[in-house]
Write a protein that binds this ligand. Structure first.
Ligand SMILES: [Zn+2]
Length: 164
């Protein structure tokens, strides 16, 4: 018998067993599930979570996505009477921002849609300020990159504490 063939056969057998084993298949599906979940999280809420974590680490306590207020603010800090919106540059029309550039096709459609968003945001912010809230907008481009984010977060603290 060829000894190499023997070894190869053994490896093949182990591989086959590990792929066929039911418990292993379960573990795999759990991993897969959490991978999918982390991808969803990463895409939709990661920057928001970074801001929250930062605030929490500095001792701030807050409510999130509070539906009672106009615009359903991302973060509400009742103690400081402060509301924070984390705005995507494109959807909320960040002025002079590369990430807010209009698409080259259907430009009129996008222009209308985005200007509606901007008008709605403006109304919400105005209403909140009229009610005495300190409203802070954080743009996604300000928190995407680590260095830029650190500077923004530093500024955020003084915006919260000076604005109350
Ligand atoms: Zn931006």
């Amino acid at each position: 018998m060829n000894p190499n063939g023997c070894v190869a056969g053994l490896i093949g057998e182990i591989d086959t067993y590990s792929h066929r084993g039911v418990p292993i298949a379960d573990i795999y599906s759990k991993e897969k599930r959490s991978e999918v979940m982390s991808k969803i999280r990463g895409k939709e809420t990661k920057p928001e979570i970074l801001v929250r974590k930062f605030l929490f680490s500095k001792g701030f306590r807050y409510r999130i996505n509070d539906k009672r207020y106009p615009g359903k603010p991302d973060i509400v800090l009742p103690k400081y009477h402060t509301i924070i919106f984390i705005h995507g540059c494109f959807w909320h029309g960040h002025e002079n921002c590369k990430a807010a550039k209009l698409p080259e096709t259907n430009t009129d459609f996008w222009k209308k849609k985005l200007s509606d968003n901007i008008v709605r945001d403006r109304k919400n912010i105005e209403k909140l300020r009229d009610d005495g809230w300190n409203v802070i907008i954080i743009w996604l481009c300000e928190i995407k990159n680590k260095n830029v984010r650190e500077k923004r977060m530093e500024r955020l603290i003084s915006e919260i504490t000076d604005g109350k």
